[in-house]
Design a protein around this ligand. Structure first.
Ligand code: AMP
Length: 282
């Protein structure tokens, strides 16, 4: 595995790969890698000649009162996981290299897709995501890029950006990897106290239960939303940020559950904000 820290080094390596006709799979991450990230790298390894994994805690996608400085970091452990999954190039850029002094260009997907769900409580978040992903796509020119369905809104927003801006890349969405008790793996789970961690499994339980209710014939989105909110509110240390039932592709609100339905939630456990979701084909 080659470890590179600058855009220039990355470009040299990828130019060489391109010259001999190799395909490139790209997995962008913020590090503190876990089995969810590993599943993305694993899939990229199966489908491409060269696998590039980036680790960059992107400052532009954090709000002023969010956890940018506290975000967990462990590059040595990350490199071990990347190696184990067969990564060819590990890219650890610095914030100064990605956003040099005088940096002024941002990429924004406009409209409800970025304003609903996480966009409501994290204004500017998706602008940061689409900006950095655009830059990383230009730097890596991947044939395929791998994202987790865990961040379902992010996948939808990036698909929209790729389509609108004619990026020549296939977006591959990978299933959510969960702990045995159902909690979706997240680098932020490390913030949870023992008690919060034990209670956090109630979030996915509420989603699984909702799926069963829909599969049993429930079609009323308001009723389902209220039911999930009630379940999550009943968890001692949890506060609901949002519960949304939307069309999985457009993220438009649904009144009646039909088609590819996405149930997405954000929950605060103390100061930690967790997101999770489930898709149901109705
Ligand atoms: P992050 O490092 O949290 O920005 O995540 C990097 C990528 O890994 C994103 O595409 C995430 O959606 C994906 N990811 C994070 N957690 C999981 C998970 N539990 N299962 C699958 N993919 C995940």
């Amino acid at each position: 595995m080659q470890i590179v820290h600058t855009k220039a080094q990355l470009r040299v390596l990828l130019k060489q790969a391109r010259k001999i006709g190799q395909s490139v799979g790209f997995v962008p991450t913020m590090g503190y890698l876990h089995a969810g990230h590993a599943s993305l790298i694993h899939r990229a390894r199966q489908e491409n000649d060269v696998v590039v994994v980036s680790v960059f805690v992107n400052p532009t996608q954090f709000g002023p009162n969010e956890d940018l400085d506290a975000y967990p970091r462990d590059p040595d452990k990350d490199m071990a996981l990347m190696r184990a999954e067969g990564t060819d190039i590990a890219f650890f850029p610095s914030a100064d290299d990605i956003y040099p002094a005088g940096y002024a260009t941002y990429v924004t997907v406009e409209g409800p897709m970025t304003q609903a769900l996480c966009g409501r409580s994290r204004p500017g978040h998706f602008r940061g995501v689409t900006t950095v992903v655009s830059k990383l796509f230009h730097l890596t020119t991947p044939d395929r890029a791998y994202f987790g369905q865990k961040d379902a809104q992010q996948v939808a927003v990036i698909r929209q950006m790729v389509s609108d801006l004619d990026f020549d890349v296939q977006i591959v969405a990978c299933p959510i990897v969960r702990e045995p008790d159902g909690l979706a793996l997240s680098s932020r789970n490390t913030y949870l106290s023992e008690k919060q961690r034990a209670q956090a499994s109630g979030i996915s339980r509420a989603l699984f239960e909702a799926r069963e209710m829909i599969l049993a014939g429930q079609r009323d989105a308001t009723l389902m939303t209220d039911h999930i909110k009630k379940r999550i509110t009943a968890i001692d240390s949890a506060a609901v940020d949002y519960v949304s039932i939307v069309d999985a592709r457009t993220l438009a609100d649904l009144d009646t559950l039909i088609g590819e339905v996405l149930i997405a939630v954000a929950v605060k456990m103390g100061r930690t904000r967790l997101i999770d979701n489930i898709r149901v084909e109705v």
